[in-house]
Design a binder for this molecule. Sequence first.
Ligand SMILES: Cc1ncc(COP(=O)(O)O)c(C=O)c1O
Length: 389
Amino acid sequence: MSEIEKITQIRQMMPAVRNQVYLNTGTCGPLSTLTIETMNQANTLELEAGRADLSGFKLLGETIDELRGAFARLVKARPEEIALTHHTTEGINIVAHGLRWQPGDEVVTTTSEHEGGLLPVYALGQRYGVQVKVIDISPESVVEQLEAAITARTRLLVFSHVLWNTGARLPLAEIVAMAHYHHVLTLVDGAQSAGSIPLDLPASGVDFYALPGQKWLCGPEGTGALYVRQDRLGLVAPTFVGYSTLEDVNGYDFTGYFLPARNSARRYEVGTLYRPGFKGMAANLKWLEETVGWDWIYQRIELMAEYARNALQTLPGVTILTPPGPQAGLVTFNVESLDPAKTMAKLAKDGIILRYIRHPYALRISTGFYNSEEDIDRLVSALRTYMDA
Ligand SMILES: Cc1ncc(COP(=O)(O)O)c(C=O)c1O
């Protein structure tokens, strides 16, 4: 199949990218017909067969195993290192609240974090008297800047692999190595990296990595995963616990004893799940992995980001805020004469979906594997029209 045929077929399966110029996967990716059909079938089954018989639970068990395996392969981890979550922020909270804190302990994080990374850390400050240091970073000297903020009391570094504001790709393995040299753990927000750049979490050495299903992985809301390095499981106590936490059904008694899943991040899972969502996500990841192909996806995202950078650069007065070098799919920019918020609203009326961000105040696009050169050309030509108006 030619490249064009492949892209046409993908776009055929993702109506949202044909009905508009879809450039905001950093907020939510487009769904595929396969995902929705799978969810619809699961919903119909629940409607007609009910949700209480054993076969439904058996099916759920199989879906959970399939999904855990797919997330594990995505990040090159073992299934036992993956907890299924409902979004990135849940994963960040599991780790933040699961570590054992003492007043005066320090956490270092950055002003480039999303609320999903920042607020759980602020809560540690309020609840346990943890000192939170929020520092400015610039991608070219991020390792040195983070290192300079570390003291003997620092226990955790919280940062994003790909920054949601400027789209910069941070050097994960280098930051982790530096942190570990100072005996500091690393908790990474993978909201903008999972599904947009290749990940090999064990090779990076990272301790904890939280990711969403609904963004670059194009899954339904309410899906996500948390990677916990095998040898770090003992450092994070499960904060929320329930039947899913247990090693097996006999894993508790009436003396106050319970046994969380041994040697498995499954111990951070709690209770009943929305089965159609998890089924849809499992089918979606299978399609991405086996039919579309991760390597192809990553290359295409980077190619489209490069294409967008070059195309935007033809506009007079444009500033690209995303650093050059390997791209992750987010391109943040400003056009001198255009106000980001107003431009976003205008573009939406013209069927072009992107977002503005507040810090820095700028426009941000997300280039997905399903985008076409024509999508980018339409954006650039719309911006040109607004500039001339
Ligand atoms: C970097 C980053 N972290 C966290 C989030 C929140 O993600 P979630 O809704 O999956 O918790 C977002 C996006 O909204 C994000 O861009």
